[in-house]
Design a protein around this ligand. Structure first.
Ligand SMILES: Cc1cc2nc3c(=O)[nH]c(=O)nc-3n(C[C@H](O)[C@H](O)[C@H](O)COP(=O)(O)OP(=O)(O)OC[C@H]3O[C@@H](n4cnc5c(N)ncnc54)[C@H](O)[C@@H]3O)c2cc1C
Length: 374
């Protein structure tokens, strides 16, 4: 018998929806409280690595993900020159197993919609327009208050409410994301025919210029620079200026920036809750517990893995005990720490202009670890 019968989840992102699917499939009553008034329908792309795809398959959504996304298993490296000269095409490690692509690009709202529909089919209830503000744990249950003045009680509360988690704060974990020094422009644009995988260009006016196909017709393109005050509305002009140094598919991407692109700018941040992710019967997962700059594109993968491991433990235990949460932390903390540290390190080497950094060595040891199931 599962350790819980009635679980509240704060946040309908990848972490919250994944936990909801697995718990609801096991017959547990699940309610997700989401602060957005309606499901997100706009956004950019996301790069999902094999270990994320492995969890998506476990959630029963692989067919839909494969149909909507764009899978590939190589990584291109290009020179920051007017031709975008291809320097190397590397075989990527398939961290989800040999029967899954190494990488899948997707439009974020498509991924969320697939997970949301699957969670609702499994029986989870998603309540929109519910911003969690207060949490009270009486030892046997957790009562949650939302900004609309309503309250609900659960056997267990999962805080999957992202970077600036209100749940994390409410349970007294005093850790906040800090900027790493880099900022990223992202544009969601038409796919140039030549773009069939991610190609990265290091150097030129940006630390990284890259793109990832997200479907047959679309890609998201990104430029990583030193973090600075930027306005989203300047995006088309600034991206075009920065991208002028890059050739190959960037010529077509640049042409599409002003009319069809959806562009946004954000800083890279990082944080890690370096110890138990629970207080009493409330536990945080995903970006609420840890975040990393997307230099190895592992944030969503870690969020999905957190959800899968927590659900497995809750379904297979008879009671909610500190031992259960200790086992959860033991299974997740080292792996999340390795991902956060590697992601930050890769960015720091670029910021410090370290030319002889062992990037392949770091990536190989990380991928070897991620190949192991969480
Ligand atoms: C620029 C950038 C690029 C990235 N690219 C990639 C990538 O390519 N690949 C990858 O794997 N990862 C990437 N990431 C990281 C990835 O986006 C996150 O790790 C992932 O989305 C975390 O999922 P989550 O469910 O934990 O949080 P979120 O997706 O942030 O979901 C949290 C949910 O909680 C809701 N919420 C927040 N507060 C409350 C509240 N008080 N009450 C109720 N609801 C609340 C929010 O509305 C949201 O729906 C990137 C991150 C950034 C910043």
């Amino acid at each position: 018998m599962a350790a819980v019968h009635n679980v509240g989840i704060v946040g309908a992102g990848a972490a919250g929806l994944a936990a909801a699917i697995l718990l609801a499939d096991a017959g547990i009553r699940v309610e997700i409280l989401e602060k957005a008034d309606v499901p997100q329908t706009l956004g950019s792309g996301i790069t999902l690595q094999g270990n994320a795809l492995r969890v998506l398959r476990q959630l029963g959504v692989w067919d839909q993900v494969e149909a909507k996304g764009y899978g590939f298993s190589t990584l291109g490296l290009r020179a920051p020159d007017p031709n975008g000269t291809v320097l190397a095409v590397l075989e990527d490690i398939r961290t989800g197993g040999d029967d899954l692509p190494a990488t899948m690009g997707m439009y974020r709202p498509d991924l969320t919609a697939i997970l949301r529909e699957r969670a609702e089919q499994a029986g989870a209830r998603i309540s929109y327009g519910r911003t969690v503000t207060e949490i009270a744990d009486d030892g046997g249950s957790v009562t949650v208050r939302t900004a609309d003045g309503t309250a609900a009680s659960y056997d267990l509360l999962i805080g999957a409410d992202g970077l600036h988690s209100a749940v994390r704060k409410a349970i007294g974990i005093d850790v906040e994301p800090r900027p790493t020094g880099m900022g990223i422009w992202r544009a969601f644009v038409e796919r140039p025919e030549e773009v069939v995988r991610t190609d990265l260009t290091y150097g030129g006016p940006c630390f990284i210029a890259g793109y990832c196909p997200t479907g047959p017709d679309t890609i998201y393109a990104y430029l990583v620079e030193e973090a600075q005050e930027r306005k989203h509305e300047d995006g088309p002009r600034i991206m075009a200026e920065l991208a002028a140094a890059y050739g190959g598919p960037w010529n077509e991407i640049r042409d599409n920036l002003d009319h069809s692109a959806r562009i946004n700018y954000t800083w890279f941040t990082t944080h890690l809750v370096d110890g138990p992710w629970n207080r009493g019967r409330t536990v945080i997962i995903g970006d609420a517990a840890h975040s990393c700059p997307p230099t190895v594109a592992q944030g969503a993968a870690m969020a999905l893995e957190d959800a899968a491991v927590l659900a497995e433990l809750l379904i297979n235990a008879d009671h909610v005990t500190e031992t259960l949460f200790k086992e959860f932390t033991d299974r997740r903390l080292d792996r999340a720490t390795a991902v956060v540290n590697a992601s930050v390190q890769l960015g720091q080497w670029m910021l410090d202009d370290v030319r002889d950094a062992d990037v392949p060595g770091l990536m190989n040891s990380l991928s070897t670890m991620l190949k192991e199931t969480a």
